[in-house]
Design a protein around this ligand. Structure first.
Ligand SMILES: *Cc1c(COP(=O)(O)O)cnc(C)c1O
Length: 386
């Protein structure tokens, strides 16, 4: 057992045990195990958090992304084969959702400092695409590692080109942008035309299993997504679309309602740990993640604290030997996975490939105390220098 585990989910959950048990018992005793008030309550909380008119609880984050894109195809807002911009260094789910809806992923390299797409990197990609740029109809900003992926230049590009925007908010629940979104919203999930959340257990707010949500202020989209997630039916035994079963379980909704009440505690603990690392790690070979401005610390909710190091594998082995658990998000970018080899992009996205070879995530959750973070920073600084 590591002295400083990368992520001890039991320890994250333990302080909420009594509230979770009470909520679980409530569901058990209710006799209602699909839909109902628990799901509705979570949906209200999510819509409120994101400043959107609607939220729809769904089965997981990948399904949240797929449902929105598939709904836009059904609604005629996207056509099969249209291009959707995705960051080249995202988790593969972002890309799988695009492919699943019959759309075409257009990989854009991230900014080296924020490791997110930016207006600048998107513009560069469009100019490289030339005439083909007109086939791009949507963009999926991924708020990777908890950091808002949205800026003035990107907002201007979206407006000029009339793109649809689906945010991948899997890693950034509770983050707030300092730039207005497409309709003025600034909360992650309320910046684009739709947001897709994951409550996979390791996310900042995790269920006790798989879960997800879609947020939007578009009533038609909300209806189509809700229906698609329930066999494509608009009322019982009446199917208007060839849909799926992607519903959120009431038991998970009940767990999530408890967790959501404590979202600020989780995100604040992460920020405090990030501040310790940012102030105290000072190793010449280790590149720290970008800090956030004091006037909007919520630009980043620190889903991961990701450092870069050319001798990453040595650093990881050293930290392990010193009792510090780490993880890599993500060693192999989507375009280099066998599943996506048909795009023949291997070697063509050097920024993503460099990130994959160099990134290392340090413990950051509320299960890591600030004292632990100080110890970890000191251990990191003790990595042999060459
Ligand atoms: C976790 C994650 C997803 C997928 O969520 P699941 O609930 O695991 O399906 C999608 N995108 C990103 C960026 C993620 O981190």
């Amino acid at each position: 057992m590591m002295k400083y585990p990368f992520l001890d989910l039991g320890k994250v959950t333990a302080p909420l045990r009594d509230e979770l048990v009470e909520a679980a018992v409530r569901v058990i005793d209710s006799g209602r195990y699909i839909g109902g008030t628990e799901v509705e309550a979570l949906e209200r909380s999510m819509a409120e958090l994101c400043g959107t008119d609607f939220a729809i609880g769904v089965s997981n984050g990948l399904d949240a992304l797929r449902l929105v894109l598939r709904a836009w195809v059904i609604m005629g807002r996207l056509r099969q084969g249209d291009g959707v911009i995705v960051p080249s260094n995202t988790y593969i789910a972002s890309v799988l959702a695009v492919i699943d809806a019959g759309l075409r992923p257009v990989f854009v390299e991230p900014d080296e400092i924020t490791m997110n797409l930016s207006g600048r990197t998107v513009r560069k990609c469009l100019s490289d695409l030339g005439d083909e740029a007109v086939t791009v109809k949507a963009i999926m900003p991924v708020h990777l590692y908890g950091r808002i992926c949205w800026d003035n230049e990107l907002a201007a590009e979206v407006r000029t080109r009339d793109w649809l925007v689906i945010e991948d908010v899997a890693q950034a629940i509770g983050a707030v942008s300092s730039t207005d979104g497409v309709d003025g919203g600034r909360s992650a999930g309320g910046i684009g035309h739709a947001g897709a959340f994951s409550f996979y257990p390791t996310k900042n707010i995790g269920a006790l299993g798989d879960a997800g949500a879609v947020t939007t202020s578009d009533a038609e989209l909300a209806n189509v997504v809700r229906s698609l997630a329930n066999y494509g039916s608009d009322r019982r035994y009446h199917n208007i679309y060839a849909g799926y079963n992607c519903r959120l379980d009431p038991i998970q909704a009940a767990m999530l309602s408890v967790k959501l009440r404590h979202i600020d505690e989780e995100n604040d603990a992460r920020r405090r740990n990030a501040e310790v690392y940012l102030h105290e790690i000072n190793h010449p070979e280790i590149v720290l993640p970008a800090d956030v401005a004091d006037d909007n610390v919520r630009e980043c909710v620190w889903h991961q604290f990701v450092v870069r190091c050319e001798r990453r594998d040595e650093l990881k082995a050293y930290l392990e030997s010193m009792g510090v658990g780490t993880d890599i998000h993500y060693a192999v970018p989507p375009h280099m996975q066998p599943a996506l080899s048909c795009y023949e992009l291997q070697g063509k996205l050097p920024v993503a490939e460099g990130i994959g070879a160099q990134v290392l995530s340090l413990p950051i959750s509320s299960a890591t105390s600030q004292d632990d973070a100080r110890d970890i920073a000191r251990i990191v600084n003790g990595f042999t220098r060459i």
